[in-house]
Design a protein around this ligand. Sequence first.
Ligand code: GDP
Length: 230
Amino acid sequence: MWPYSLFGNLKYMTDNQKKIHYNAARFLISASKLSQCPDDTGAEVAFAGRSNAGKSSAINALTNNTKLARTSKTPGRTQLINFFDLNIEGLRLVDLPGYGYAKVPVAMKEHWQKHLDQYLQQRYSLKGVVLVMDIRHPMKEFDHMMVEWCLSTQVPLHVLLTKADKLKRGPAQSTALKIRKELTQVLGDKVTVQAFSSLKRTGIDMLSQQLDTWLMDTELSNEEEIVNPE
Ligand code: GDP
């Protein structure tokens, strides 16, 4: 229980209280359809990626919590949308189902693709998507789908090119530049791209800054509405 509400008392918080601590992330709930998701208020950022891209490891690295990613990998939860609370009420991280599990029956795949699609299309509190790709295999079919989806909904996209430790610094940087150029042509200033390594823990600051921008911007705009109602 936090001693302040998200939108009401923001101006009385100290800077330290306002800071998002990603290591405070705690499992909240799993949902297999939109109606099971937490109330669509506040702000959340969703992580997407093909299975094995390194999404769980990236969430682990961000939150400094190995248990968290394991939660989403628990059998039965891999096909669900998993929600995590943060230290500020109303702010959440969301782990979307990994795409491309070979062993999942077609009917089940279709079921969760439909619900995933509804989540992406209709979730008002979704402020940004982090798309995790293996830096050695970027922009596969699923990744193109997510880019198209971001284009149609205008939800901002942050591309995390992970496992950067598998490449030398030069090739890693040139891949990031190439992908950034390619995606900027499609999404303009609604896309950012970075190299990342969960193993070496590089790029975590850049990622958390992007999440802060998405999540805290929402707070500030809500605060402005309360302080200066038009
Ligand atoms: P997910 O299916 O997208 O959640 O992928 P995981 O996070 O489970 O990672 C898949 C595999 O890639 C695992 O064997 C990880 O140890 C490995 N992996 C993930 N991130 C990195 C990284 O930054 N560097 C290296 N070298 N391996 C990684």
